[in-house]
Design a protein around this ligand. Structure first.
Ligand code: SF4
Length: 217
């Protein structure tokens, strides 16, 4: 492999200052809500919807106090609102009944919530509780890792394992946000801006050296 992830990580640390998460939140519960809403939706859109949502639904029990139809209308613009309304209500019910209305702090417990997969749980554990349980692989992490040759895998689970093996656990959450930041600002999906990238001379997908896009192979 042309780069190891630790080299990429230290270079990106000098280049970007990412937030802990790109979603706005004021409590672990609201981060969980925002993360569920962000599936197949942009963080920007979610951040437009959540101020009013958080005000109307401060606690899990508030999601259970309104008809599902009303909740669907409140989250309509995030897309997939039928499923997301169901997930939010069922997750709220489990939190109230099993976790004293608090967001649990282990991967195992978070995965018992409806609409919460490993990616969502990893983001919540890192951003809300500073716990490093994995490297959530979203579309940016997937694309940038593939382009840089950090992984040849094609599934989220295998890509995550490849990245975790190559980086210290204490940096997993940071690496996730750095890869996203790089994917949003430089190594973008449609027009990768290789001439501005610190990896331009050695990256196996660099346009500067005439390489093909490894994320498209
Ligand atoms: S050189 Fe180009 S393809 Fe490689 S990481 Fe940088 S922007 Fe992405």
């Amino acid at each position: 492999m042309p780069f190891d992830a630790s080299t990429v990580l230290s270079t990106l640390e000098k280049l970007h200052e990412p937030p802990r998460t790109f979603l706005d939140f004021d409590s672990p519960f609201h981060l969980l809500v925002a993360t569920i809403l962000s599936a197949q939706c942009t963080d920007k859109r979610v951040n437009m919807v959540t101020p009013a949502l958080f005000k109307k639904y401060p606690l899990p029990q508030d999601f259970l106090a309104v008809p599902e139809e009303e909740l669907r209308r409140d989250i309509f613009t995030c897309g997939h609102y039928n499923n997301k309304a169901k997930y939010l209500r069922e997750t709220s019910r489990i939190l109230v009944e099993k976790f004293n209305s608090e967001v649990p702090q282990t991967m195992e417990e978070l995965l018992t919530l409806l609409g919460v997969g490993r990616k969502t749980a990893t983001v919540v554990l890192y951003a809300a509780f500073q716990r490093q349980e994995g490297i959530a692989v979203d579309t940016h992490v997937w694309r940038v890792s593939k382009r840089l040759g950090l992984t040849k895998a094609n599934s989220q689970g295998k890509i995550e394992l490849d990245l975790m093996r190559q980086t210290p656990r204490a940096k997993w959450g940071l690496f996730h946000t750095l890869l996203i930041t790089h994917g949003r600002t430089v190594c973008t999906a449609r027009n990768r801006q290789c001439e501005k990238c610190p990896f331009k001379n050695d990256c196996p997908s660099s346009l500067v050296t005439g390489k093909i896009d490894l994320a498209k192979k």
